[in-house]
Design a protein around this ligand. Sequence first.
Ligand code: AMP
Length: 308
Amino acid sequence: MGKLLIVGSIAIDEIETPFGETGRILGGAATFIGLAANQFEISSGIVSIVGEDLPKEYLSLLKERHIDLSGVEVVKGGKTFYWKGRYHNDMNTRDTLVTELNTLADFNPIVPNHFKDADVAMLGNLNPSVQMGVINQMEQRPKLIILDTMNFWMDNALNDLLDVIKKIDVITINDEEARQLTNEYSLVKAAEKIHEMGPKYVVIKKGEHGALLFHEKDIFFAPALPLEEVFDPTGAGDTFAGGFAGYLTATNDISFENMKNAIIYGSNLASFSVEKFGTERMQNLKKEEIDKRLHQFKALTQFNIELE
Ligand code: AMP
């Protein structure tokens, strides 16, 4: 069975949308990645840090889904990373109201021995120096290293971010962040510049407008499924990354062709994640629902124009 190492925040989130407010709920990049990746037959483990204030049932929820948490440090008397965001009426744009790093501020990650030989490493959004610390602890280089990041780290730790970007194979980043990182408006030019920074594969996420995969001169596009109801987009990007990484780990095939399928699986899972607040939808997702929606994805993009 393929092994996936996940690094990222486990958080307490508070979310405000035009539909209501959540109060304190489970969030964090590693949480969403893990829940998505474990839809596949893989062995996965999270490296992260939380405080004692994190309700015990949140970690149990991840354990019950067979995610190995031996790399999650619980700091006595510490406070868990806290993030608060508010969505605008279009549900596409959001303001970050509060980011409290708390225990994440001086996190020294320790990769458990049984994950030092992971096939794939998914470096979810957190401090780039922590992402680098994890790469450096691997016994052998994973076949694939995927990195996700956000504007917060471009604003606060750009040099560390550029250092870790040099070491990875795939970056997943949203359109505005790709523009910020490269000073290019065109996403094609932005992807070219990011290739030059290191990653052979660049995935640019465009929210409700889908995702683009760039590899040398090849480009692939996957739409997002048009949904009747978008309730809370928080974690959609991480769910996408988790589906992408989980599928590649399970299939043990990192060709461009297989990455196209991985993008579709990632988009498919993200389409569920946004239907309820926080992790609620991903906790109860059934295989039949996933398969049914894959058919919808196929129908959405299939056409039969005969070309010479
Ligand atoms: P997404 O909607 O995919 O961008 O991810 C949202 C998740 O990222 C939330 O659950 C937050 O807890 C987490 N998050 C937000 N800001 C940060 C940050 N600076 N570092 C790590 N995780 C973050």
